[in-house]
Design a protein around this ligand. Structure first.
Ligand SMILES: *Cc1c(COP(=O)(O)O)cnc(C)c1O
Length: 374
């Protein structure tokens, strides 16, 4: 019998038959995109579910990030993190902005607020942190710095769907927050994304920019892009929303299983839940310390691969190590000691709502066997 293959994630899908009526309605209406009924309904429902005032839907998270920077006219230099998915920094490149990489905290792997001020120059206009793995940044401290220096603050919140800080959506912090609804994320619309903002004027500007810059039938206010979410994506998003809490609950059980079963293995570390945070369990990263675990991260990765379990080295390499960014001063590994250490130790284990218990047991067993040298 061929061995079962397990990937780091598997998209969460609702029952197909429940999606058919939505498609029938789209066919009936012949309205496929441009603020159709499902698009408008999804914006409202997401505002309510997330607990945010305004949301603009996008065809994907990367275009939402690029547009967020344009909406606030960000230029010059932006302080960001090297420890993220590459699209975070690419969004700066696409706007002709110079990224300045800031090191991360060893506890959360998020941008270290204590390292931001030393990177600010007269050209700095904004900070672009990422809530990595869905764990919130130190939002209060970062806001204080942004306020003192008069900088905009845009969060890449692509990992953070449904995450709350003391009951308040993490997307309510900063000037703008950007979400991704890609197939691999906690909440997906096949592909998709959104920008959360705090006032109607900003929402209007964002909505114009994602539609070629049109502000009326014959008025174009900027060289906008086409980044609209279509009706099929939006309808799918409405259906997905019905199952999202159940999906997050199932993810939580998997995270709990890993924590209980990996506890006490020398050389393996994982993140714990933080008091006051409603987590979404988007990822389950572990750190493998070669000195004490006695095997390297890549040996663990390879062992899983041989067993048809495809873990991911999120985030390795650091964004600052890619050819486009490597030459920057702030990209030098000696300026990013914590990020450089974490990137060589991290491994994301499979986590998704329908991950079977037998697979989970196998994942734990394999790493224990490797440790004991069997
Ligand atoms: C997924 C992701 C993006 C990009 O979103 P897409 O919807 O795939 O374009 C950007 N930043 C982070 C941190 C992500 O995880």
């Amino acid at each position: 019998m061929p061995q079962k293959t397990t990937f780091v994630t598997q998209p969460h899908l609702p029952p197909l038959e429940e999606f058919i009526p939505y498609l029938e309605e789209i066919w009936e209406s012949k309205r496929l995109t441009n603020n159709g009924k499902f698009h408008e309904e999804l914006e409202q429902k997401l505002c309510k579910y997330l607990g945010v005032p305004y949301i603009s839907l996008f065809s994907n998270g990367t275009l939402a990030l690029i547009t967020a920077l344009q909406a606030l006219r960000i230029t010059g230099e932006v302080i960001t993190t090297p420890y993220s998915f590459v699209a975070s920094t690419h969004s700066l490149w696409w706007n002709g902005i110079k990224p300045v990489f800031c090191d991360i905290e060893p506890e959360t792997f998020n941008m270290n607020p204590d390292k931001i001020e030393a990177l600010i120059t007269p050209k700095t206009t904004a900070i672009l942190p990422v809530h990595v793995y869905g764990n919130p940044c130190n939002v209060e401290r970062i806001q204080e710095i942004a306020d003192i220096y008069g900088l905009h603050l845009i969060y890449d919140a692509c990992h953070t769907f449904g995450v709350k800080i003391n009951g308040n959506s993490v997307c309510n912090f900063g000037d703008l927050s950007v979400l991704s609804f890609h197939a691999t994320k906690v909440y997906n619309t096949f592909e998709g994304g959104a920008i959360v903002c705090h006032d109607e004027k900003t929402k209007k500007r964002i909505d114009n920019l994602k539609n070629f810059g049109f502000a009326g039938e014959i008025t174009v206010i900027a060289p906008g892009i086409n980044a609209k979410m279509n009706e099929v994506q939006a309808a799918f998003g409405l259906l997905q929303l019905k199952y999202i809490d159940e999906a997050i609950e199932k993810r939580k059980k998997i995270a709990t299983f890993y924590r209980e079963n990996l506890a006490g293995i020398e050389g393996i570390k994982y993140l714990e839940d933080i008091d006051g945070i409603r987590h979404n369990y988007a990822y389950f990263p572990i750190l493998i310390d070669e000195n004490t675990f006695r095997k390297s991260r890549d040996e663990v990765y390879d062992l899983y691969k041989e067993n048809n379990i495809f873990t991911r080295r999120y985030f390795y390499p650091l964004i600052s190590q890619f050819a486009t960014y490597k030459g920057l001063d702030s990209a030098k590994p000696e300026n990013l000691p914590i990020a450089t250490k974490i990137t060589n130790q991290v491994l994301c284990l499979p986590i998704y709502p329908d991950l079977e218990i037998e697979t989970l047991e196998k994942i734990v067993e394999l790493i224990k066997e490797l440790k004991s040298g069997k």
